[in-house]
Write a protein that binds this ligand. Structure first.
Ligand SMILES: CC(C)(COP(=O)(O)OP(=O)(O)OC[C@H]1O[C@@H](n2cnc3c(N)ncnc32)[C@H](O)[C@@H]1OP(=O)(O)O)[C@@H](O)C(=O)NCCC(=O)NCCS
Length: 161
């Protein structure tokens, strides 16, 4: 597992098609947001955004993480995307543990935050296991690609010095 996580790397523009494919896995429209190609290009060149992909044994991205707020004076970093291509195989939990270390030990970040659909029980379980706590309900805080509004939970994990 950990050797596979060595393949976590910063993404670049050439990864955008694979990232968009991961975002658009069947059924993911109700679980996670998606950006179009132009938005991905813009994010990649926006200060504070960090795109990471985890490659599989064939060098193909199998997970995508987008962070924003890196280097912010508040110390708050937002996980905007956290998606694996093949869920339920342990990759997400291991990747999240690695991500937390990377952010807190490799940057001045003091708090990681994310928003998750209240019915996304698998993701909430994984976040809780990693130490994230529910902070605040955001009623109708998100909108799915089909236009339906979704209640979101704001979760956070603070750096314990
Ligand atoms: C959320 C996500 C990143 C987690 O990664 P993953 O590789 O699937 O997670 P893992 O296999 O490491 O762990 C899944 C855990 O959830 C548990 N689980 C599975 N289905 C569950 C459910 N319906 N309710 C509660 N827990 C559930 C598993 O038992 C496992 O727990 P354990 O480690 O205590 O045994 C991944 O499922 C995913 O990409 N989902 C679609 C996109 C998404 O929802 N992203 C998050 C948006 S905020």
């Amino acid at each position: 597992m950990w050797s596979r996580l060595d393949d976590l790397r910063r993404a670049n523009a050439a990864d955008i098609p694979a990232i968009m494919e991961i975002e658009r896995q069947p059924g993911y429209d109700r679980l996670v947001g998606r950006w179009n190609e132009q938005e991905h290009h813009r994010n990649l060149s926006t200060p504070g955004y960090l795109y990471l992909v985890l490659d599989d044994a064939n060098g193909r991205p199998q997970a995508f993480v987008a962070l924003s707020g890196m280097g912010s004076s508040s110390g708050d970093v937002m996980i905007n995307r956290f998606i694996v291509r093949d869920p339920g195989t342990g990759v997400g939990s291991a990747l999240l543990a690695r991500l937390i270390r990377l952010v807190f030990e490799g940057s001045p970040a003091r708090r990681l935050m994310l928003r998750v659909a209240t019915y996304n029980e698998r993701a909430i379980h994984v976040y809780r296991q990693a130490g994230f706590r529910e902070e605040r309900l955001l009623p109708k805080g998100g909108r799915r690609p089909d236009g339906a509004q979704v209640d979101l939970m704001l979760m956070s994990l603070a750096w314990a010095d």
